[in-house]
Structure formats: C-alpha cells, structure tokens
Design a protein around this ligand. Structure first.
Ligand code: PGA
Length: 245
C-alpha cells in the first residue's frame, strides 16, 4: 500500500508562510503520498499552490451538520469547496479542548464522507491509560465508537496518536507502536471485513526525520501524521524520504 505522510499544521503560521511551505513541498517524494492540513483560513490558497502537484490538502476539523446556525464553524462541504480533499477528525487536541467524544467524531466523519472528503480519524490513549495497561482497550473502543459504516470503502484513514507523545519529543517503543497497529488492523478487519486490510494506519506523535525510518519499517504502519516537524519543508520531506522503498 502506498504510504501517506500527513502534516498537521495546527494553529501555526501566517498566509505567506503557509503558501511558502506548500510551495516547498510541491516536488513531492517518489512513492509516497503527501497531505498537508493548514488552518481553515489558509486552505484555499494552499490548495491553489498544491494544484497539479503530488500534495493533497486537508482541514483539521469540520462540523457534523451540513449547514445552519453554527457561528464560527465550517461544514464538510465548505472544506471540500476550498479544494481540500481530506479532513483530520477527532484529534486529541479537539477531544480535549472542544470536548469531542467518539459519538461527535463519528457524526463528523459521516458528514465528511457525505461531502466526499477522506477522513483521517485520530485515536490514542493518555499517559495514565497507558500506565494502567489500557492502551489497546482504549484505542479499540475509540475505533468502535468513531468509525462509521462506509469509512473503509471510501478510503478513510486512521491515525494512532498517543496523547502523551504529541509535541513532547517522547514516543512509544517500536514494539508498542507495532502492538497497537496490529490491534487496530485486527479490530477493523473484524468489524468491516477484509477491505480494512488496505486501510492506511498512520502513527503520529513526535515523528522526526531521526525516528521515522524505524517507525515506518513496522508492520501495519502505513505512514505518519506529523505536527511540529511538518512546519519545516526540509524536515517533512526528510520524513517522507525515510519511507522504505
Ligand atoms: P507532533 O504532533 O508531531 O508535534 O508530536 C503530532 C500531531 O498532533 O498530529
């Protein structure tokens, strides 16, 4: 399966920096799909820069409703209209800061699919949950609660992001990543059938050029969701080049 390296730009940069960063990625990396997820207000200009290149563009969230009195929110169709093709949903920062639950992530994912967007659904345990030996149970429960019917056949993507590894420079061991990814694959195939064998499972949380190759070599790791290191074109491309040929 073709690996995907996705960049989550979070709430960083201004318009000029966003456009420059996208320009720096246009050349792409052979054999790898690239995705960048800028803030809403930079989606359209970045999509224009990415047009005709090997870089896809996605949002970091969308609303579950098609339209309505939702001040400050953005619908999946509005995201699609910018030229974006993907949307990150259920990132732990949204789950924590905006009280998103599995049920709301499921509703947003359904809205994204209905609008023709490819969802990138994030799951992952907190440090306390890992220490309590509950990491696999938490991730399995999140998958069951937030992945709707139709996700697999539409090419939906799952990102495993342990909350304690995001932006901290700490990562699980390669064995721990492999164990969770095997669990996720098993759970998805159990629920959705053999088509889920080709669902891309990304790892996210402090992925850097220096640790990417070891992570990408693991079975059932089909790419990465990268935060901090996606803000520098050279680092993001170096991570993409670490994908084994
Ligand atoms: P990080 O963020 O690479 O800065 O740890 C990953 C993410 O939140 O997607």
């Amino acid at each position: 399966m073709r690996p995907l390296i996705a960049g989550n730009w979070k709430m960083h940069g201004n318009l000029r920096e966003a456009v420059r960063l996208a320009e720096g990625l246009r050349e792409g990396v052979d054999g790898v799909d690239l995705l960048v997820c800028p803030p809403f207000v930079h989606l359209h200009p970045v999509a224009v820069v990415a047009l005709g290149s090997r870089v896809a563009v996605g949002a970091q969230d969308c609303h579950a409703a098609g339209k309505g009195a939702h001040t400050g929110d953005v619908s999946a169709a509005m995201v699609r209209d910018t030229g974006a093709t993907h949307v990150i949903l259920g990132h732990s920062e949204r789950r924590q800061n905006h009280a998103e639950t599995d049920a709301s992530v499921m509703a947003k994912t359904e809205a994204a699919l209905a609008a023709g967007l490819i969802p990138v659904v994030c799951v992952g345990e907190t440090e306390a949950e890992r220490l309590a030996g509950r990491a696999e149970a938490v991730v399995t429960e999140q998958l069951a609660g937030s992945i709707p019917y139709g996700f697999i056949t539409a090419g939906g993507i799952v990102a495993y992001e342990p909350v304690w590894a995001i932006g901290t420079g700490r990562t699980p061991t390669e064995e721990e990543v492999a164990a969770i990814h095997a669990t996720m694959r098993h759970a998805l195939v159990e629920s959705f059938g053999p088509a889920a064998r080709t669902t891309r499972l990304l790892y996210g949380g402090s992925v850097k050029p220096g640790n990417a190759a070891g992570i990408f070599a693991l079975e059932h790791v089909d790419g990465a969701l990268v935060g901090g290191a996606s803000l520098v074109a050279a680092d993001f491309l170096a991570i993409a080049r670490a994908v084994p040929e």
